[in-house]
Structures are given as structure tokens and as C-alpha cells.
Design a protein around this ligand. Structure first.
Ligand code: PMP
Length: 329
């Protein structure tokens, strides 16, 4: 099945909905669905790479586990196991015929047409699970990976963990992210860094943040209202393998200005160097050596040119799934 081209972006013509594969055109919901009014969704962002050994999804089980964790926090109980959602994702990639893509599973409170419910409570609304996918290039621009980006510290604080838990990747959290991102872009920056409610560095609107200082890697702890990023975890594991000390600690805003190197991590952003914060040059204003070293290892892993640290299985190959399916059939 051929992909759908919208403004040169290739979109999968098929979407997974509650166990069925449906057409992209049919993946619609009612305007009175709970999620539209009260933001009750949790979701994931996952990349499938066209690696040197065929298409493979990066850390698929970890992403789906985080999806289920996010759902659990919000008392949503999608009737699918981690394995079922992983298999559905892999099968959908095969049907979409995209060799690389960004995968978007989403779980939300919908609307029961026979027994509609419109209040905040939401527990009587059905839980719907969808998976969509499309081809997505470099999130912060093609040049960002090499040249780095200019960012600002946002005037908006990051959500606090006892009001909107950052540990859940909930759609509603991204209202906060939108404030941060819109402000940054309108001021001419590529991205904004939010401080937490105590004034310590938290994260970007859609990325975790790392500082390199005196050969050590420093990053805010989960307590700074950050999403437990899977790229963050990957970089920490790569650093440990390289014998680099990793410190998770509270970071003051001014430490951003004095860092030797600074970079963002995320599924969409991958590893993106930051060359200035609030117009103050970071280091020499270019991608730092350690940042490049992490990128080199990370890109080699996602291209299946080297194994993950501790020989962990970070890649789920699409062809393997096909073989498995044929063997079972
Ligand atoms: N923080 C936020 C707010 C994000 O949206 C993302 C992207 N999912 C990240 C961090 C990075 O997480 P990951 O590496 O798992 O994509």
C-alpha cells in the first residue's frame, strides 16, 4: 500500500484502532469525546530507523511500557498488554510500507455513543487506543545535529509533579510545552528550557537536557519534573560504558551559561547540541567534543552498526517480525 503524501510528508495510510487496522481517513473521533475537553490522553513518540540491517524500532518495549505507566497514573486501563501493543506497532509498520517513521501510539478517554458522559470524571468514558505513523525528519532542523541550536530559558515554569505528574507522558502536559515552545519560537529561539517550580533547570518543551562540565555529564534528576526520557537513559548508559561519570543533580540556571557543552536528547530531537542560551555562547559556541562522541555512538547504535551497551536489545527489527509471522502461519 502506498503512503500518503501531504506537503511532502509521507503518512502511513493505515492506523491501528483498538485491535483493528483502519484507513487513515477513518481514524476520527467525536467532538464530544472526553479527551477533547479535558485533555485525557497519554501517548508515545517512537522512531523506526532504516538501519544498515533493515528497518528497526528503537527501544520499542521501553516506550510501550512508559505508555502503560502513563495510563496507569491516570487510571486508564487499555485492554492490551505491552507485547500486544509492540506486535501491533511492528505489524502496522509492515503494512504502512514505510522503511523509517515516527510512531505515535495514543490512549485516551473517548465517548460511548449509547451511554454518553460529558463530565470531568471520565471513568465512565471508554478507553481508546490508536497507533499512527509518519515519516519525520530532524525535529530541530537538519543543521541542528551538527551546528547546534540557540535556546532561551522560558518565562514559563515546568509543571509540578504534585499537580501534573511529568512522569506521565500525558497530552495535557503539552499545554505547558506549547507555552514554552511558542514563546521561544516567537522570540527567535529554536527551543525553550523550563525551570521547575523551585527555579532549578528542568527540561526543554520536548527534550531532556545534559550539561558537560570538566569531562563529566550532569543532568536534572526525575524530581525536577522531567519526563524519564528513553534517549536520556540511552545517553546515560552510553556514557557509563565510555567510563564517563554521570551526575543527576539540581542545576541552577546560571550553570547553563557556564557549561562546557550543553545538549538536548529526545526521540524527535535525538542528540542536539545547544550553542547558546539567552544569547550567551555555550563553550566555544559550536558542538562540543563530548556531544559529538555521544552522537557518534548513538547514531551507530540506531543504525545497527554497533551493539547497545551491555549487548541490550535496543532494536526491534521489522523483518524479524515478518519471519516470525511466516513461521507461525
Ligand atoms: N521531555 C519531554 C517533555 C518530551 O516530550 C520528550 C519527548 N518524548 C522528552 C523529554 C524525551 O524523551 P524520549 O527520549 O523518551 O523521547
Amino acid at each position: 500500500m502506498a503512503g500518503k503524501d501531504v506537503n511532502t510528508m509521507k503518512i502511513s495510510p493505515v492506523v491501528w484502532k483498538n485491535g483493528d487496522v483502519i484507513k487513515w481517513e477513518d481514524a476520527n473521533i467525536h467532538v464530544m469525546s472526553h479527551v477533547i475537553h479535558y485533555g485525557s490522553s497519554v501517548f508515545e513518540g517512537i522512531r523506526c530507523y532504516n538501519t544498515s540491517q533493515g528497518s528497526a524500532v528503537f527501544r520499542l518495549p521501553e516506550h510501550i511500557q512508559r505508555l502503560l505507566n502513563s495510563a496507569k497514573i491516570y487510571r486508564m486501563d487499555p485492554p492490551y498488554s505491552r507485547e500486544e501493543i509492540c506486535n501491533a506497532t511492528v505489524n502496522l509498520i509492515r503494512e504502512s510500507e514505510l522503511d523509517s517513521c515516527y510512531i505515535r501510539p495514543v490512549v485516551f478517554r473517548g465517548l460511548d455513543m449509547d451511554n454518553p458522559s460529558f463530565g470531568v470524571y471520565g471513568m465512565n468514558n471508554p478507553i481508546d487506543t490508536y497507533i499512527a505513523m509518519w515519516q519525520w525528519g530532524k525535529y530541530l532542523g537538519e543543521e541542528a545535529i551538527e551546528n547546534g541550536i540557540d535556546v532561551c530559558v522560558s518565562s514559563w515554569n515546568r509543571i509540578t509533579s504534585n499537580s501534573m505528574p511529568a512522569m506521565a507522558k500525558a497530552g495535557a502536559n503539552y499545554m505547558n510545552s506549547q507555552l514554552i515552545k511558542m514563546e521561544a519560537k516567537l522570540l527567535g529561539f529554536a527551543e525553550g528550557i523550563a525551570l521547575d517550580d523551585r527555579g532549578f533547570v528542568s527540561e526543554g518543551s520536548g527534550e531532556n537536557l545534559f550539561i558537560v562540565n570538566n569531562g563529566k555529564l550532569i543532568t536534572p534528576p526525575l524530581g525536577a519534573s522531567i519526563l524519564p526520557g528513553i534517549t536520556r537513559d540511552s545517553v546515560i548508559q552510553i556514557a557509563r560504558e565510555m567510563g564517563i561519570e554521570v551526575i543527576e543533580t539540581s542545576i541552577q540556571r546560571s550553570a547553563l551559561y557556564l557549561a562546557d557543552e550543553l545538549f538536548f536528547t529526545g526521540t524527535a530531537a535525538e542528540i542536539s547540541p545547544i550553542r547558546s542560551v539567552d544569547h550567551i555562547k555555550v563553550g566555544n559556541g559550536k558542538r562540543g567534543e563530548m556531544t559529538k562522541a555521544f552522537q557518534d555512538e548513538f547514531f551507530a547504535i540506531i543504525d545497527a552498526r554497533r551493539p547497545a551497551p551491555n549487548n541490550a536489545q535496543w532494536l526491534t527489527f521489522i523483518a524479524d517480525a515478518e519471519e516470525k509471522k511466516t513461521a507461525v502461519a
